[in-house]
Design a binder for this molecule. Sequence first.
Ligand code: UTP
Length: 320
Amino acid sequence: MSEHSANPSSATAATGRSRAVKAVIPAAGLATRFLPATKAVPKELLPVVDRPVLQYIVEEATQAGIGDVLLITGRGKTSMVDHFDRRPDLEARLEAKGDTERLAAVRGPSELAEIYTCRQPEQLGLGHAVGYAESHVGDQPFAVLLGDEFVKPAEPLLPAMLELQARTGGVVLAFFEVDPAETKRYGIASVEPAEAELTDIGEVVRVTGMVEKPTPEDAPSNLAVLGRYVLPSSIFDAIRRTKPGSGGEIQLTDAMELLRGEGTPVHAIVYRGTRYDTGMPLGYLQTVVQIAAERDDLGTEFRTWLAEFVKTDASGVTGT
Ligand code: UTP
């Protein structure tokens, strides 16, 4: 097990509610924005330097004190689960060679958390995928981490979300600010200030509505939904009552809106940290470059090369 930096038991003496201790990672999507790479390889396994995206996401959960992770997978995506299994044959070979560094790297993922898995048989939307977590999660609140997005480990978001959910008992989301001209790419929220709430990582707002991909003229704000949610178990019943919405899919947003309309409080943290979006090629490239540039082992060499590349080849001035 990895070292947990957060303390779940500190949660909520005041409210008597406990902090979520399970996470669900819906990763059954078809990843059409990254074809053809994702025809045979799940986008969650694309490498960011030398670790798959999914490992960063599971690490984010464990750093927030979560030790139980359910991966929702689909056809052709079971290799994601293998990444968190042991590889005795490989381990024996590395051990025999005395390669302790690589041995630790191979064992690391299997020691992060208890990993469980279930399959979404048809890709009928994020809400539909989350619905498959019901029997694993039971009647407790839980976190949802989308499988193609993560935040900088030094600027964690999830602990503050878990804490806030334990206080409110409702739905807790996270937002990030986007260029107002780009609202069409995101789910956008309308918000009002929450009663005197502030976290280390960003201000807390009360959510009064959500719109999928509005034009800049129709957008109620420039706050876009980030792929982290902490949800009460009442979301499962709401998902069952949610009809297919945009794209014919059962949308998590619609199920959350149903709960909000029935009086469940919905809050969000406006995250001011660094978010990496690996769901399509440009964001993926930016992520790889940023993480590589910050790595202790290869950052210096990589930055030197990158600066030189940008100065020469990339501008086409002295390209070969
Ligand atoms: P996306 O909207 O990013 O869809 O889903 P996608 O299929 O992954 O990628 P594109 O848009 O076709 O390129 C958001 C999250 O919800 C999961 C995805 O795996 C992703 O983590 N998801 C989506 C499911 O698990 N099942 C679904 O039916 C839909």
